[in-house]
Every structure is written in C-alpha cells, then in structure tokens.
Design a protein around this ligand. Structure first.
Ligand code: THU
Length: 146
C-alpha cells in the first residue's frame, strides 16, 4: 500500500469507468459494471460487463477494458478503476474485481505492489488497493519455466 504509484489520475479514471458502466449489457443479472484501465503510456481504455444468454460467455468490465488496451498494443498497465451496482444511476456499493479479473489484471501489471486498483462509488468516494493486496502470492509468468 505504501508503495502505491502516486501519479494516478484517480478522478479521471473513476469518471471514465462510470461512463463505461452506462454501456453495460447486463439483462440477466441487472448488475452494471464499468472499468477504466490506465496503461504505462498513460492512455485510458474503458470497458463494461457484457453478458450472454449462454451465461458462461459473459465477460466482466475489467477484462473488457484490459483486452481493449492489449489488443491496441498497450499490454502494460498501471492502474484500474471499477464501479458497479445494480442498474440505475446510484452506485450503492463498492464493487471489487472478481478473482478471474484479478488474475487477468496481474498478467498485464508489471509492478503489482505499485499497481493501483480503485474501487469507487463516486469520484470522491473510493478505496485504493495495490494489486499485491488483492492478489497476494499470485501465479504468473515466472512460474512457467520454458
Ligand atoms: N462483473 C464484472 O463486470 N466484474 C467483476 O469483477 C464482477 C462481476 C459482472 C459480471 C456479470 O455481468 C455481473 O457483474 C454479475 O456477476
């Protein structure tokens, strides 16, 4: 937590995530999620959750955002904001990234102790965590010996 990257545009990331949340395709759960990821070169990519009638094909907002960044050639990230709540403008809770999303974030977070995860209800109501805190002792590229 003390090692957290200090120069993160927290407010801009939250606002971007909140905008993205409006695009959620969540007719089955009614749970709307938005995410915004900050790449190493300080670009922001956003994503929403995209559900499917075949439920297992659903993709979370965080992964949508990260896959957009990676597919545009920006595969290293510094921070991610997430905001989620049942459908409607009011965000009533802090929505934490699920386990699968934490694992996917870690694949593209070269510095997990510095990587900032912002869990937000509004631009002035949020919590900050390092990725290391949310996914300690993680499995990663280092474990795979070629
Ligand atoms: N969801 C996300 O978008 N991100 C998470 O980290 C947790 C869950 C979505 C998936 C599904 O569309 C809805 O929230 C309910 O699980």
């Amino acid at each position: 937590m003390d090692n957290l990257d200090k120069n993160i545009p927290v407010e801009e990331l939250i606002q971007s995530a909140m905008q993205a949340r409006r695009k959620a395709h969540a007719p089955y759960s009614g749970y709307y999620v938005g995410a915004a990821v900050l790449t190493m070169d300080n670009r922001i990519y956003t994503g929403c959750n995209i559900e499917n009638a075949s439920f297992g094909a659903t993709v979370c907002a965080e992964r949508t955002a990260i896959f957009k960044a990676v597919s545009e050639g920006r595969g290293k990230c510094r921070a991610l904001a997430v905001t989620g709540s049942p459908k409607g403008e009011e965000i009533t809770q802090y929505a934490f990234p699920c386990g699968v999303c934490r694992q996917v974030i870690s694949e593209f977070a070269p510095e997990p102790e510095k990587f900032v995860v912002i869990v937000a209800r509004s631009k002035d109501d949020y919590k900050l965590f390092s990725l290391e805190e949310l996914l300690p002792a993680s499995f990663g590229q280092d474990q795979i010996v070629h």
